[in-house]
Design a protein around this ligand. Structure first.
Ligand code: 5GP
Length: 137
């Protein structure tokens, strides 16, 4: 499969679509999920164009996970969370809906996960939670 550079995350990376960003450097971006499966649901994406984890350069994968760990620690500090689900869907058959590789950080329990990519959240609330995570980084 060829990488589609018009996918939503590629457009967010180019600044063509808005996002509540919590962390950004030259290789990785972390931003709030607009259809959260729990309050604080954050996405961490490498800037390199890869569709799934299987396509991603191992060094980029390793660095993206390092950033995910940093964001998870900030979540723990900022949101009084007890546990964080790290989820990564590779391929439509796994349920992947956006064809740019990403890691989900979802502060909840696997037993209480909301439905995947199902319902838009409250943008003001998402923004406020994102600001708390950002401030704790
Ligand atoms: P996937 O199904 O590919 O693993 O996850 C894609 C995630 O992106 C879903 O959790 C979905 O809620 C989120 N998402 C879809 N469209 C947008 C968008 O335009 N902005 C943001 N911030 N998240 C999105």
């Amino acid at each position: 499969m060829t990488y589609d550079d018009q996918n939503i995350f590629a457009r967010i990376l180019r600044g063509e679509l808005p996002a509540f960003k919590v962390y950004e450097d030259d290789q990785v971006l972390a931003f709030m999920d607009v259809m959260p499966q729990a309050e604080g649901h954050t996405l961490v994406i490498p800037k390199t164009p890869a569709i799934t984890l299987l396509d991603l350069d191992p060094e980029a994968a390793a660095y993206t996970i390092q950033v995910a760990q940093k964001v998870a620690k900030a979540m723990e500090k900022a949101l009084d969370v007890k546990g964080i689900v790290l989820m990564q869907l590779s391929g439509a058959a796994a349920g992947q809906t956006v064809p740019h590789v990403h890691f989900h950080l979802i502060p909840t329990s696997v037993h209480e996960l909301g439905k995947h990519a199902a319902q838009m959240g409250d943008m003001e609330k998402i923004k406020a939670i994102g600001e708390k995570i950002k401030a704790a980084l």
